[in-house]
Design a protein around this ligand. Structure first.
Ligand code: PMP
Length: 437
């Protein structure tokens, strides 16, 4: 009798448990590389987070929220965003976008920009819809489109290397207008724009944004604009918000992140700003999934924004100071990589810089008959043998295009000077060992 029951239980367990929408998206570069970095790295320039402290005013705001008199900050708040936070975000983005915003309908707070993206794809993309993604891209866009039943359509940034022997810049990676136009059709529901772009650090200029906007309007396509690095722009360049271009407000959802904005990635506070006609559907996804983001973190981020609103454009503003500091770190890492021959592509924005590994390739054998792109093999070898963690550029390409760029790895320079120096020491030592062997 027991034997029979056991058999019938086993038979039941042979049924597939995985939902079809998860097919082919089970691998995740971050899970893999975060584990490798935790196991082997002495210096971690892989995942994008600062190892310097979040600003005092933000930490103090959290302490006040935690131990101040308002015990309701430990309870649920409004699902679509803690009122003080949506109010100040509306005030801030009114300035940036040059239009009136209703905090209750034009802003929604999410669990990091990640959940904002998830809400966008779930709310706006249907079975069979196409979504244009510009390569290289923050890797989660592709599985998120697929989970929604959509089909990603990729368009690459094309590299036009400088002819004068100068270092490459992220601005040398550009959209081909005809190629971009060819991807739009009646099946296209949305395009994902990420400016400043992870991983290259490219800051899209008015020309390219205008082209995207024109195509969106012409084909009635939505724009999911991931602007988490909006304040991290260097060399006096200006970040242009596509939602501010003609015809774009009504079709654009703009995504931001307190993690990147205030150097507190672990807080996981993000937001979307956009027209109610789009946000009402994001609210439906949000209220039926996570419902809301930690009240106390939202309260502290609200106070951070209130401070920044008061200091807007002034030298004491964190949004003025942080890019200055990061630009110095960028320049330092650029010089040190150039010094060892790992040619960097100078980023115009973000936490990241991509560098050419060619001179170091002879030390790292390719794995014969492997599907793994060479840069990934290289990055794994480097963390295991040299203790330096970075992310292969191919991780930011679709399966079909992964092998087009296998000579680059991405470093995060949002790090303490000592961390950058330790990374540079590892590379210098490696270079010396190469020249002496
Ligand atoms: N978009 C981009 C381009 C990112 O680089 C990141 C974080 N690495 C996110 C979204 C996610 O941001 P958050 O940590 O706020 O969820």
């Amino acid at each position: 009798q027991t034997h029979f029951i056991f058999h019938s239980l086993q038979a039941k367990m042979s049924r597939p448990v995985q939902a079809r929408r998860l097919e082919g998206i089970d691998k995740n570069i971050w899970v893999e590389f975060v584990k490798l970095a935790a196991t082997y790295s002495k210096v971690n320039l892989g995942q994008g987070f600062p190892d310097f402290p979040a600003p005092d005013f933000l930490r103090e705001a959290l302490t006040r929220a935690l131990s101040g008199g308002n015990h309701m900050l430990h309870q649920y708040t409004r699902a679509f965003g803690h009122p003080p936070l949506v109010k100040v975000l509306a005030q801030f983005f009114e300035k940036l976008l040059g239009r009136d915003l209703d905090p209750m309908t034009n802003v929604m707070v999410t669990v990091g920009a990640y959940q904002a993206l998830f809400c966008c794809f779930q709310a706006l993309v249907d079975e069979g819809d196409e979504v244009i993604i510009i390569e290289p891209f923050f890797d989660c866009y592709e599985p998120m489109v697929k989970m929604a039943g959509g089909t990603p359509v990729f368009v690459p940034l094309r590299l036009n290397p400088p002819k004068d022997g100068k270092l490459m810049s992220s601005a040398d990676w550009q959209l081909d207008p005809a190629e971009l136009a060819s991807k739009f059709s009646e099946r296209t529901k949305a395009i994902v724009l990420n400016s400043p772009n992870n991983p290259l650090g490219k800051v899209f200029g008015r020309g390219e944004l205008g082209l995207i906007a024109e195509l969106c309007v012409k084909h009635d396509v939505l724009c999911i604009s991931d602007e988490v690095y909006e304040w991290l722009v260097y060399d006096g360049k200006q970040h242009i918000r596509i939602a501010s271009l003609q015809g774009m407000w009504e079709r654009t959802v703009t995504i931001g992140s307190a993690g990147k904005t205030f150097s507190a990635t672990g807080w996981k506070v993000g937001w979307v700003v956009g027209p109610d006609r789009l946000l009402q559907h994001l609210r439906t996804v949000h209220q039926n999934s996570v419902y809301h983001c930690a009240t106390i973190a939202q309260e502290a981020v609200a106070q951070g924004f209130q401070r920044e609103l008061m200091l807007y454009g002034k030298p004491e503003s964190y949004f003025v100071q942080l890019p200055k500091e990061l630009q110095q770190k960028r320049d330092w890492l650029v010089q040190s990589l150039d010094g060892v021959g790992m040619k960097p592509i100078i980023p115009e924005g973000t936490y990241f810089l991509v560098a050419d590994i060619s001179p170091f390739k002879s030390d790292v054998p390719d794995v014969p008959n492997s599907d793994e792109p060479y840069d990934s093999t290289f990055a794994k070898w480097m963390v295991k043998n040299k203790g330096l963690a970075a992310i292969p550029l191919s991780a930011f390409y679709s399966e079909a295009h992964k092998n087009n760029y296998t000579n680059f790895i991405r470093f995060c320079f949002a790090k303490e000077e000592a961390t950058l120096k330790a990374a540079s020491d590892i590379l210098q030592k490696w270079k010396q060992e190469k020249t002496s062997s």
